[in-house]
Design a binder for this molecule. Structure first.
Ligand SMILES: [Zn+2]
Length: 603
């Protein structure tokens, strides 16, 4: 089968454009005809146990909402009528096969994740109306006949959400996880503690949420504006809510990886329990703006006791084998000024504060390992030496990931230059405030997470990718969705798809896919349909203009006199020069009609 798949993969890749699946499946062979789901269609379960009943239930849930009927689930092989067979074919975890014939669909899997991912693909093979939450009339619920084999490239396909800089309620988190699962993303990295707020209920330390969830106000505009809104801001998750969300995610084959930051980004906890700090200040308060703060955990017994207690409760809430311990952006000023820290450095024979940080992380790792769990941390845990079993999430660039892989530690690639979703995705001149960038859809799509410098042996330690959603400038679910999608589609495809990058094919599939996101009420950014106008500095009197558009089969037409471009305006075909009096006004056209928004950029 694998040989056949390999031989057909090129043809399959081209053929696959007739169906629009994101992420792109490994192998697709189109065939004649269609399978139609109607109210007489049955679902056959090879293993009629709770897990597969639930998966079949997801299909029935959508059918009931959009088509007005649901399907009988049976474990008796019936020859009559149309049947969707779920068969355990002993495939590897997460892998699946789909064979669609006019009177039956056979779904092969090896575990629940594989069956679930097959279903996500089935949803994308159906008309987009399957994602509607109300009855759709006149739709033929047809799936094209085809043969498909699919399996992920990486075992770790992650999406992060920071709920500290801004808080999001559980209903939104469930929707977030639903959309992740649709894209076969299987790790939700939940950033729960920060300088600006502590969001996780810990029974032994009630102040963490009673007090630590709050900041007295929030900076308005960029972090250095100096203007504050004067309004207290808070929010946290009870342990009951956490258990509910963990189960909700697990039913969608998403593992939640909680992040408890140490030794830095700890100001909210220190504001509640000042004894955790180096004690250099009289008063500690939860931060009210973004950035890095020098008030960090002091490596003393009180602190380790606190952190171990916190992790004990974390382990009860989260079954994940891996927990995230942060480890990033830990300034050393407090440790340098702290008599206890300095005495500890001498006593342990450490070289400096970086080695103290490594000692801190390693000590926590030992505890966490003793409870049967593993740690992952941001690049900075490499400083002063990596803890023996730690995994690294490489955000600063690729260097940390390369270094860790060479030391045979597992690595998740999340370089901010490519995978930070709080960065601009289009022209900052016409976009809401963001943290950096721009990082366009195309930048994200084209990023290859396995650095070329690694040997094949080292490359095996790159276990996946993650898109990071830091919410400095996202104070509502709408803003999060706008920043996350559709760029996260590109990261999801990189995490899943084995074959080479195909930007053109991706944009074609994405345009269809955006219709699904519309049905799901995901407020994604529509920059895909707009020209991106870039001015390159030339002389004092001139700029060089380049323009691109992501939407396929589109041309950019523009004017230089401020007027609105129409079907007779010049088509952009190569870079050109403008002077100080000229303004570029442009739009993307298809078949003579504007498909997105008109964009204007002044000299
Ligand atoms: Zn100290």
């Amino acid at each position: 089968m694998l040989l056949v798949a390999a031989a057909c993969s090129q043809a399959g890749h081209e053929e696959a454009d007739t169906v629009s699946i994101i992420p792109q499946p490994r192998y697709v062979q189109m065939d004649e005809g269609t399978f139609r789901i109607d109210k007489d269609t049955k679902i056959f379960l090879d293993e009629p146990v709770e897990e597969y009943m639930r998966i079949a239930g997801f299909l029935n849930e959508r059918l009931l909402a959009a088509a007005g009927f649901s399907l009988e689930i049976t474990d008796e092989m019936t020859a009559d009528g149309n049947v969707i067979f779920f068969m355990n074919a002993g495939l590897p975890s997460e892998a699946y096969g789909i064979h669609v014939e006019p009177n039956r669909i056979v779904i092969d899997y090896g575990d629940g994740a594989g069956a679930f991912y097959a279903l996500q693909t089935i949803f994308q093979l159906l008309p987009e109306e399957i994602f509607a939450d109300s009855r759709q009339r006149g739709v033929k619920w047809e799936i094209p006949c085809l043969a498909m084999e699919d399996a992920p490239r990486f075992k770790y396909r992650g999406m992060h959400l920071d709920v500290c800089l801004h808080y999001f309620d559980v209903d939104f988190l469930k929707k977030y996880i639903d959309i992740m699962a649709l894209h076969k993303v299987n790790r939700f990295h939940w950033h729960l503690t920060e300088d600006q707020g502590w969001r996780l209920e810990i029974k032994k330390y009630p102040l963490l949420t009673e007090k630590g969830q709050w900041r007295k106000e929030t900076v308005v505009g960029s972090l250095n504006s100096g203007v504050y809104d004067g309004t207290p801001y808070g929010g946290y998750y009870s342990q009951e809510q956490v258990r509910d969300l963990v189960q909700y995610a697990a039913e969608r084959y998403v593992t939640i990886i909680p992040e408890i930051e140490l030794p830095g980004h700890a100001l909210a906890a220190i504001a509640c329990y000042p004894e955790l700090s180096c004690g250099l200040e009289d008063h500690y308060e939860t931060a009210t703006k973004w950035g890095v703060f020098k008030q960090v955990y002091c490596p003393k017994e009180t602190t380790f006791e606190f952190l171990e207690d916190v992790f004990d409760e974390v382990f009860e809430l989260f079954p994940s084998e891996v927990v995230h311990i942060g480890g990033d952006e830990c300034p050393k000023a407090s440790w340098k000024a702290c008599p206890h820290c300095q005495a500890l450095i001498r006593k342990l024979g450490l070289k400096d504060e970086y080695e103290l940080q490594s000692w801190f992380v390693t000590r926590m790792e030992k505890y966490i390992n003793s409870k049967g769990r593993e740690i992952i941390g941001w690049d900075e845990i490499l400083q002063g030496g990596l803890a023996p079993n730690a995994k690294v999430m490489s955000w600063l660039g690729e260097e940390g990931g390369i270094q860790a892989a060479r030391q045979h530690h597992e690595v998740v690639m999340a370089p901010h230059q490519k995978y930070y979703l709080d960065y601009w995705q289009a022209d900052p001149d016409s976009e809401p405030l963001a943290m950096g960038g721009p990082t366009t859809l195309k930048t994200m799509y084209e990023y290859e997470p396995v650095p070329e410098v690694l040997t094949p042996e080292e490359a095996r330690y790159i276990i996946g990718v993650e898109g990071c959603v830091w919410t400095e400038y996202m104070d509502s679910p709408e803003r999060v969705e706008y920043m996350a999608w559709p760029r996260m589609c590109a990261i999801a495809e990189t995490g899943w798809t084995q074959t080479g990058k195909d930007w053109d094919g991706f944009t074609r599939r994405l345009e269809t896919h955006l219709g699904r996101l519309d049905r799901l009420d995901v407020g994604y950014c529509k920059a895909f349909f707009n020209p991106l106008i870039v001015f390159h500095n030339d002389t004092k009197y001139s700029k060089v203009v380049t323009m691109t558009v992501d939407a396929p089969d589109a041309e950019i037409r523009y004017t230089l006199d401020g007027s609105v471009p129409d079907a007779s305006s010049p088509v952009y075909d190569k870079p050109f020069v403008i002077n100080r009096q000229q303004t570029v006004t442009a739009a993307a056209f298809r078949n003579g009609k504007i498909i997105g928004e008109i964009r204007t950029k002044h000299f």
